[in-house]
Design a binder for this molecule. Sequence first.
Ligand SMILES: *Cc1c(COP(=O)(O)O)cnc(C)c1O
Length: 406
Amino acid sequence: MKSFNVREIREQFPALRQKVYDRNLIYFDNGATSQKPQMVLDAISTYYSKDNANIHRGVHYMSQKATTEFEEARKIIQTYIHAKKSEEVIFTKGTTDGINLVASSYGELLSSGDEILISAMEHHSNIVPWQLLCERKGLKLKVVPITKKGELDMEQFDLLLSDKTKLVAVTHISNTLGTINPVKTIIDKSHAAGAKVLIDGAQSIQHMPINVTELNCDFYVFSGHKVFGPTGIGVLYGKEELLERMPPYQGGGDMIAKVTFERTTYNELPFKFEAGTPHIAGGICLGEAFRFLHNLDADALQRHEKELTEYAQDLLDTFEGVQIIGEAKKKTSVVSFHVNGIHPFDIGTLLDKQGIAVRTGHHCTQPLMDFFGIPGTVRASFAFYNTKEEIDTFITAVDKSISLLR
Ligand SMILES: *Cc1c(COP(=O)(O)O)cnc(C)c1O
């Protein structure tokens, strides 16, 4: 039975039960990283206290157990994102690592004159790897602009997409604006033009059901730590036929079939892309995080997060001099704002003193800040364990902070 009860869910997140500066913690920095449920914390402890062993080649009991659990986690993730095969699920260090893998390896298949299309709302980690690749291979980077409301300008997208475009790399949900991009349309149009598509899922995997087969994306990347799992682990989903064609990313143990000094042959998928000892505990515990998510009612979760976002946004909208950054029709879980004449950092600092964790600054999207002509925003980003009462406290605290700073 799937359920969704915020009180019961909160019970399972010990980090939410603490006080900071003698006040109940309000954690609104989920866009940066999420808190971990007890199940995941227990799995970390169990792994290191009982099962710790290196995987894949061991003859002994512990190694085989660790291997089974690690590969089981891969299958849990495969099922959760509806990949056709577990071989299409590559463990990485996180979103950044996954994008760099694709830029480096898929990038080897591209040649001078080819184009890569990204958007103006990308995280730095979906900009810089492409810039490095373009420099290395003589490719051209093109950027789809956004509207003042913070939506992709799809007319411009149509104009920029051409038979020169070899890869389109866009975020599913903007970490700064909360905009949910029309990725299915982008994928279909890109394929029609002969381009492959990478979806940055760092902000979507934790907020909505993901079906990579239905989306028909070529790559989908995310970080474990934003989806209630550990840091240092993430996933790259890639279509098998593409991954087969791509050269290895890094060389080392585990990714080889046979090594001689003359010639090395590579291991099969997914191991071809997993050189060296992986983050074994991370993989196993990320599987556990997906087990946790799987037991929640996804529709109720989405409704709750949408309600939180709209509630916070409507209340903030009534403040004088407050500008909401990101007013897309379809958005979720992120409310970014700027207050005329007040630096976001000053508000963030005062909120912190009231026990409220938000993020201030450019959120790794500097070009986006330039577009809006502001130094940064105050960003409240919600998870399903947040409540309307927390938003009420937050709104009062914002009000008080603004009065103090005016
Ligand atoms: C957080 C984030 C990233 C980078 O994730 P890392 O875990 O730092 O690798 C990339 N894209 C988006 C949209 C993000 O929110």
